[in-house]
Design a protein around this ligand. Structure first.
Ligand SMILES: C[S@@+](CC[C@H](N)C(=O)[O-])C[C@H]1O[C@@H](n2cnc3c(N)ncnc32)[C@H](O)[C@@H]1O
Length: 508
C-alpha cells in the first residue's frame, strides 16, 4: 500500500471508523484519483490538503465510501420477533402516554425504519404515531436525502409483493413514493457514530437497530459504539444487530440473549427471554388479532406473488415417484440449491415458499426434509419439525444435519439432557463438527456445568485452529456462526467461565 493511501485511510478511520481494506482499498484509490482530478488538484498531496481544510469536500469523499445496501423488510424474522414478542413487553413497561423510542442507526436510505413503521401500523393502526417514536440516523447525507424524499426504485423491493407496494407506495416517474402517513413517522438525523457529540434529540431509546453496519468497523470501534449506545438507552432496552453479525459482537457491553435461535442484546433484565417459556410468545393486539397473524399476513402478501427475482425458483407441483423424469430431478436439484442459498442468507420465508412448490413430496426427499425441518425449527413449529426429522433419519440414520437438529429441537424445548446426548452423538460420528461442540458448550453453560462447557469451547478452538475450512459435517443446514466468530466467542466464554469458576472456588 502506498504511504499516500495510508494517510487517507487513517483520516477516514479517525473520522467515522470505516476500515478500508482489500476491495475497499482499491475503490478508495480510484475515488481519490477521480476526486483529485475533478477538483483541479495536481496530485493526491494537493487533494489531501483540500479535504483537510474543506469539510464539505471531506464529506463528499466519505459519502462516496459508505456502502448503503439495504431493502424493505430485510431479515423479516428479526422484525417479526421484535413486533410479535418484544414490543408488547416494551409497551407493558411504559407508563401511559410514554412512547416507545426506537433508533435505526446506520439507516441508509430509510428502508429499515420505514419497514418497521409499516409493520407496526398493521398492528397498531392509527395509534402507531402516538405509541412509537422512531428516529433514524446515518453518516451519509446523500442517503438521508433519499430517505426523506421516500422515493424508491424496484431494487428496494426485493421479495416484496406488489400488493404491499400498492398499499403503501404511489408509482411515480422515478420510482415509488412512500405514503406520507408512513414517512411522517420517522425523523431522520445526520449521525456519525464516532462524532464527539450526537444530536441532542437522540436519547432514551428502548430499542436500537444497528444492523449490517458493524461489519465495516474493527473490534475496537464496535465496542466504542456499543458503549455509546449503552449511554443512549433506557435502563431496560434492546439492541439488534444483523443476524449474521450478532454473535461476533458479544463484546461484554450488553448481555447476549437467545430466543429460539435468534440472538439479540439486552440492557437490564426485563427483556431476558424466559427459557422455561417455549411458547410462541404470541400476544393479542387491541383488535383481538394475534400480532404474529398480522405480520404473517403482510409477509404472506409479500410472498404470495412471485416477483421477477423468484420466477426461476418456482417449480412444478409434486408428482408421483414413478412419473419423475430427468427434468423433475433437474428442477429438484435447482430448487434445493436455491433453497439452501436462501437458508444460508437468512431469507427463511422465501425458502419456505419455495419448498411449498417443491417438485416432489418433501417427505420423500432427504435434503428437502432437512431444509424444511430447519425452517420449521426456526419458526418454533417443534412438532412438525420433529416429524420431518423422523423421515430424514429413516432415510439416513447417521445424518449429522438431522442429529444436530434433533439436539437443537431438544435444546429449544428445554430438554437439555436429551439435547446434550444428541450433540454428543454428532461428535461421535463426526468429531470435527465444531457446531455440535459449540451448541454443546452453550447448553452446558446455560446449565451452569462450567467445566464441561469450557472443555467443549476448547474443542471448538482446537478444531478450528488447524483450518477455518475444516469439514464440519453439515451438508444442508448452516453452521450457527462464522468459524472466526466461533473461535473469538469461545475464547471469550472460556475467559469468563474460568473467572466464574475461580470466584466460585474462592467463595467455597
Ligand atoms: C449496509 S447499510 C445498512 C442499512 C440498514 N441498517 C440495513 O440493515 O439494511 C450501512 C450504513 O451504515 C452507514 N454508516 C457507516 N459508518 C457510519 C458511521 N460512522 N455513522 C453512522 N452511519 C454509518 C452507511 O452510510 C450505510 O448507509
Amino acid at each position: 500500500m502506498s504511504p499516500r493511501l495510508a494517510s487517507f485511510k487513517a483520516l477516514i478511520y479517525a473520522h467515522c471508523g470505516l476500515v478500508l481494506e482489500g476491495v475497499a482499498e482499491d475503490r478508495l484509490y480510484k475515488i481519490l484519483q477521480h476526486n483529485a482530478k475533478r477538483s483541479g488538484c495536481i496530485d493526491l498531496n494537493a487533494y489531501e490538503r483540500l479535504i483537510r481544510t474543506d469539510a464539505e469536500q471531506f464529506d463528499i469523499l466519505v459519502c462516496q465510501l459508505t456502502v448503503n445496501e439495504t431493502y424493505f423488510f430485510r431479515e423479516l424474522e428479526q422484525l417479526e420477533l421484535l413486533t410479535t414478542v418484544l414490543i408488547p413487553q416494551v409497551l407493558a413497561q411504559k407508563s401511559a402516554g410514554q412512547p416507545v423510542r426506537i433508533l435505526s442507526a446506520g439507516c441508509s436510505s430509510g428502508e429499515e425504519p420505514y419497514s418497521l413503521v409499516m409493520l407496526l401500523e398493521r398492528i397498531y393502526g392509527e395509534r402507531t404515531a402516538e405509541l412509537f417514536q422512531i428516529d433514524a440516523g446515518d453518516l451519509d447525507q446523500n442517503v438521508l436525502s433519499k430517505a426523506r424524499a421516500g422515493v424508491y426504485s424496484q431494487f428496494s423491493f426485493r421479495g416484496v409483493d406488489p400488493a404491499v407496494r400498492l398499499r403503501y407506495f404511489q408509482p411515480q416517474k422515478q420510482g415509488y413514493k412512500l405514503a406520507e402517513h408512513i414517512r411522517s413517522q420517522v425523523s431522520f438525523y445526520q449521525l456519525n457514530l464516532l462524532a464527539p457529540q450526537f444530536p441532542a434529540e437522540l436519547s432514551d431509546y428502548d430499542i436500537i437497530f444497528f444492523r449490517n453496519v458493524s461489519i465495516y468497523f474493527d473490534l475496537e470501534t464496535r465496542a466504542l459504539i456499543q458503549r455509546r449506545f449503552y449511554e443512549l438507552m433506557n435502563a431496560q432496552s434492546i439492541l439488534f444487530l444483523g443476524s449474521s453479525e450478532t454473535l461476533g459482537n458479544d463484546l461484554g457491553v450488553f448481555e447476549l440473549v437467545e430466543h429460539t435461535g435468534q440472538y439479540f442484546f439486552i440492557k437490564g433484565e426485563a427483556y431476558r427471554p424466559k427459557h422455561n417459556n417455549t411458547g410462541t410468545g404470541l400476544t393479542l393486539t387491541e383488535t383481538g388479532q394475534s400480532t404474529s397473524d398480522l405480520v404473517l399476513q403482510l409477509d404472506q402478501q409479500a410472498l404470495s406473488t412471485v416477483n421477477a427475482d423468484d420466477t426461476a425458483d418456482v417449480v412444478a407441483p409434486p408428482t408421483e415417484p414413478s412419473q419423475r423424469t430427468d427434468s423433475v430431478d433437474d428442477r429438484r436439484l435447482v430448487a434445493l440449491e436455491r433453497i439452501q442459498q436462501l437458508v444460508s442468507a437468512g431469507e427463511l420465508r422465501r425458502a419456505m415458499r419455495l419448498l411449498e412448490s417443491f417438485p416432489v413430496p418433501v417427505t420423500e426427499d432427504y435434503a428437502a426434509c432437512l431444509l424444511k425441518s430447519w425452517l420449521l425449527l426456526n419458526q418454533q413449529a417443534f412438532d412438525e419439525a420433529a416429524s420431518l426429522l423422523g423421515y430424514a433419519l429413516v432415510a439416513q440414520p447417521w445424518s449429522v444435519d438431522a442429529m444436530l437438529m434433533q439436539g437443537l429441537l431438544c435444546k429449544w424445548q428445554q430438554k437439555t439432557e436429551d439435547a446434550c446426548q444428541w450433540f454428543r452423538k454428532v461428535i461421535y460420528i463426526c468429531p470435527e463438527c465444531w457446531p455440535a461442540h459449540y451448541y454443546l458448550a452453550d447448553t452446558r453453560r446455560a446449565e451452569e456445568q462450567f467445566e464441561a462447557a469450557v472443555r467443549s469451547y476448547q474443542a471448538v478452538i482446537r478444531i478450528l485452529a488447524t483450518a477455518a475450512e475444516v469439514n464440519h459435517g453439515l451438508t444442508w443446514i448452516p453452521a450457527p456462526l462464522a468459524a472466526s466468530d466461533a473461535v473469538f466467542l469461545s475464547r471469550r466464554q472460556i475467559q469468563q467461565l474460568t473467572a466464574d469458576l475461580h470466584t466460585t472456588q474462592v467463595d467455597d
